[in-house]
Design a protein around this ligand. Structure first.
Ligand SMILES: [Zn+2]
Length: 75
């Protein structure tokens, strides 16, 4: 049962980055401070993408986040 709707038409109009979701600084135990991080795509899952955050200074993984597809978080 394919339950996926075609979303390709969306991408052209939707190519901005989600700046609101980007964590810019996280605490790094190695650098012993709040460090700027870069985001890296770790896994592509059927229901979302898993990202990890790496310290810009030492490259250590400081955290991760999952971005769900087809779901809006209405908080
Ligand atoms: Zn670091």
């Amino acid at each position: 049962m394919a339950n996926s709707k075609a979303t390709n038409n969306y991408i052209m109009e939707n190519d901005y980055q989600y700046k609101d979701l980007v964590a810019t600084r996280l605490y790094c135990p190695t650098c012993r401070g709040s460090m700027p991080v870069r985001e890296r795509l770790l896994l592509v899952l059927p229901d979302g993408d898993l990202y990890e955050y790496l310290c810009c200074n030492c490259g250590q993984t400081l955290g991760d986040k999952k971005v769900s597809k087809g779901h809006d978080f209405l908080l």
